[in-house]
Design a protein around this ligand. Structure first.
Ligand code: UDP
Length: 243
């Protein structure tokens, strides 16, 4: 059993990325069902507090991984430090590398028309031989219709890039249609992989400053990012209550 740290009622898996990737390997060896993975940042955790439906979707996941420094800081404030952050975009790359090596078929669902296809081309050039089951944008087909289309291609990995709350809600609702697959919500990852949006350069990510880079380059996100300090205050409140 992977240890879980409770942050605002969301059980975050305390696991190193290497070990987690090993779990994925094991899953495909003796699979007893599918896997739903959430990469949770402060915004996602705050959304679960605002919507019971969304909270239920996230609690439906098999692994909720800590995406970003905000969640790591929260775990330290609670005196239960998580081993390491596992950013969604990095996880996507690790899983693509694994899928290529293990000959698993990958589906990209989400982002604006044309982006998932472009992201798939980039993925193929970075991981030659990668088997794509298909791609679909996140606007023209939704809900059941999208699930039927994707299920018809029988993928092993389904990366859903529609942002929170849509991606987790869709996965929680339709996961039963993919009995052995690994389903992961990856937010804006196709925008980055396709080259449409730039991820923070190494200096910023290495120094845990990705949030600041995003704030500077995408000021329209400022309002959303205000959720980070609010999140930390909520965490401090639960710490105070425990004492
Ligand atoms: N998106 C989508 N369908 C929708 C709404 C959004 O496919 O109905 C896509 C959007 O084009 C973008 C991604 O979902 O590519 C959300 O990105 P965002 O930056 O909000 O996600 P984050 O990484 O912050 O979770």
């Amino acid at each position: 059993m992977v240890e879980k740290i409770n942050i605002l009622n969301i059980p975050i898996s305390n696991i190193r990325k290497e070990k987690f990737l090993h779990k994925i390997e094991e899953h495909f060896k003796d699979s007893t069902g599918n896997l739903f993975i959430v990469t949770a940042n402060p915004e996602i955790i705050m959304l679960t507090k605002e919507s019971k439906d969304y909270q239920a979707a996230v609690l439906n996941a098999d692994y909720v991984l800590p995406d970003g420094i905000g969640v790591i800081i929260a775990s330290k404030l609670l005196k239960q430090p998580l081993e390491e952050k596992i950013p969604g975009y990095e996880l996507l790359h690790d899983l693509l590398a694994y899928a290529r090596a293990a000959e698993k078929r990958v589906y990209f669902y989400g982002a604006k028309p044309g982006i998932a296809g472009k992201a798939a081309e980039k993925a193929f050039s970075q991981y030659p031989g990668l088997q794509m089951a298909g791609t679909m944008d996140g606007y023209s087909s939704k809900g059941q219709e999208a699930a039927d289309k994707i299920a018809a291609t029988n993928p092993d990995f389904i990366f859903v890039a529609m942002g929170a709350p849509l991606q987790e809600q869709w996965i929680a609702t339709y996961r039963a249609q993919f009995p052995n697959a690994v389903l992961v919500g990856v937010g804006g990852s196709f925008d980055v992989l396709s080259g449409t949006l730039k991820r923070a350069p190494k200096f910023w990510t290495n120094n845990n400053l990705e949030w600041l880079y995003r704030l500077i380059t995408q000021p329209t996100r400022a309002k959303r990012m205000m959720k980070i300090p609010v999140f930390l205050v909520e965490v401090l409140k639960t710490r105070a209550r425990k004492k």
